[in-house]
Write a protein that binds this ligand. Structure first.
Ligand SMILES: C[S@@+](CC[C@H](N)C(=O)[O-])C[C@H]1O[C@@H](n2cnc3c(N)ncnc32)[C@H](O)[C@@H]1O
Length: 317
């Protein structure tokens, strides 16, 4: 929870950051904790993840302005402040100790309610009025749950909320296995075990196997915000064996009918397309000076050889 907060705050504090989030910066400043010593330098990818979910939420809120967003395992995420349209409702579901920390900074209101319970306990669903639409966010949560529990949770949502949207992020299998055998992010911080790992090419099939309404799957942008790691992500996306073994951000449209192919198609752009566009722009920018230098060199060469050519042509004539 603190690592994710730190990651978002690092981006929100940059002039070119991918998030604008004064509430996040405020909470980050008020928590007396040596984030950098504990977690190391923030990569910004969790802020990219949050920004991509913001985008999906805003698009959905345009169609469902009075809808309810349920954020499972929300921790200290301030997403509701970033996307609030003044009408939407929000239910934050987290374990009791996390909710009490959240309430120190983000007290509940009539529109923004809290539910101190495990996401695995389906009684939170009784708190959701689905009449104006339901959007469920599980950001940085499912990888910490047992795989059987993830299946039960997602199929429970599909059963109870036909037509809903779900966004969650997932880690690849190899990374899950690494955390299960214990890995230090820094000398001070050992990554918690993450038992649920899934590669991107397995997701659609596994979800459909869990519940036939979990049939429409799209991928949102998830990677580093800029620089070398962003570029490394573009490259990995083009390597056949590696491209499915990366973290993913998934949007699922729950079908209206049993076995149906999902609700209205979400207005999302796949990660590969976003990265492809970025790579093309980057290539154009990087290549432009070299092309210019090439043209200048050719012109200089032609100018230098012109007298020799004129001499030779003249001699021939
Ligand atoms: C890595 S943090 C992510 C917090 C937040 N979603 C974010 O992105 O900043 C994981 C969160 O999941 C919560 N959590 C863990 N197990 C949970 C469960 N069974 N039910 C609900 N929340 C849970 C933790 O309390 C914590 O707030």
């Amino acid at each position: 929870m603190l690592w994710a907060l730190h990651n978002r705050a690092a981006e929100a504090g940059r002039h070119d950051g991918v998030l604008t989030d004064p509430a996040c910066l405020h909470i980050h400043r008020r928590i007396d904790y040596d984030f950098a010593a504990q977690f190391g330098p923030p990569a910004g990818s969790l802020a990219v993840r949050a920004a991509a979910i913001d985008g999906a939420l805003r698009r959905w809120l345009e169609r469902h302005p009075d809808g309810i967003v349920v954020s499972l395992g929300e921790g200290l995420e301030t997403q509701l402040r970033r996307v609030d349209n003044g009408r939407m409702r929000w239910l934050s579901v987290d374990l009791p100790e996390a909710i009490s920390l959240r309430e120190r900074f983000l007290p509940p209101t009539d529109r923004f309610r809290h539910c101190a319970i495990s996401a695995a306990d389906p009684s939170w669903m009784d708190e959701v009025d689905p009449s104006a639409g339901v959007f469920i966010v599980a950001q940085g949560l499912l990888m910490y749950l047992d795989p059987a529990l993830v299946g039960a949770l997602l199929s429970g949502i599909a059963e109870r909320f036909p037509g809903a949207e779900i966004v969650f992020d997932a880690i690849p299998r190899w990374f899950s296995e690494l955390t299960m055998s214990g890995v230090q992010q820094t000398p001070q911080y050992r990554l918690p075990p993450m038992p649920w790992g899934i590669n991107t090419d397995e997701i659609a099939g596994v979800l459909r196997g869990w519940h036939p309404r979990l049939a429409q799957v799209a991928f949102l942008d998830y990677g580093a915000p800029r620089g070398f790691w962003r570029l490394a992500g573009e490259v990995i996306d083009r390597i056949p064996l590696a491209r499915h073994a990366v973290p993913s951000l998934v949007q699922v449209s729950v079908g209206e009918m049993p076995g149906s192919d999902g609700a209205a198609a979400p207005d999302v752009v796949g990660t590969a397309e976003v990265r492809g566009r970025f790579a093309a722009e980057w290539f154009e920018r990087a290549a432009a000076p070299f092309l210019t230098m090439g043209y200048v060199a050719m012109a200089a060469q032609a100018a230098a050889f012109a007298p020799i050519r004129a001499f030779l042509v003249g001699k021939k004539g």
